[in-house]
Design a binder for this molecule. Structure first.
Ligand SMILES: [Zn+2]
Length: 171
């Protein structure tokens, strides 16, 4: 996997799928040698019940796998966890595709409409709607004023560029 789990965008995306604690646990598993529950606890500071619940969910999703070893003296099993990079790769790719689609729709919306916003901060409306309301806010009656969304468009374009670059690394 070319993409690092420490990348900000990758983290943000994974958090949406498996949550903040899930990402912490998954990152702890990102080792060639595998890691035990206690090892994950040392690395993340999460409680063991929390870690086990995250491990169950990550395993259910196929994002991690384990080796099980029986201790001959106690007959207890020790689980060692490994990150399943192929599956992580797959989840990230599909999430990214969704995210990119969302960004492109947003870009389309922001660049094809002229926006008016309430002077009292209630929200913004496209020109067509604002003119229907006679440029008076439907919520508070305040004046609807033209706003420049070029900065917003630039922000979305930048995000799209970043996501595309990261997707390229995965391809
Ligand atoms: Zn208003």
């Amino acid at each position: 996997m070319a993409v690092s789990l420490t990348n900000r965008q990758v983290n943000k995306l994974l958090e949406e799928v498996i949550g903040h604690d899930g990402v912490l646990v998954l990152k702890a598993c990102d080792l060639k040698n595998g890691i035990t529950d206690e090892g994950i606890q040392r690395k993340t500071g999460l409680s063991l019940p929390k870690i086990r619940s995250q491990l169950n969910q990550l395993h259910y999703r196929g994002l991690i796998r384990y080796n099980r070893e029986k201790n001959q003296n106690t007959n207890w099993y020790t689980y060692t966890w490994f990150a399943n990079k192929d599956k992580i790769h797959e989840v990230i790719s599909s999430e990214w595709a969704n995210y990119l689609e969302k960004l492109e729709k947003q870009l389309d919306y922001e660049s094809n409409y002229i926006f008016y916003a309430c002077e009292n901060g209630c929200g913004k409306l496209p020109f067509e709607l604002a003119s229907e309301y006679d440029f008076k806010c439907p919520d508070c009656g305040g004046e609807l004023k033209h706003i420049d969304n070029k900065a917003k468009v630039r922000e979305i374009l930048k995000e799209i560029k970043e996501v595309k670059a990261l997707m390229k690394q995965l391809a």
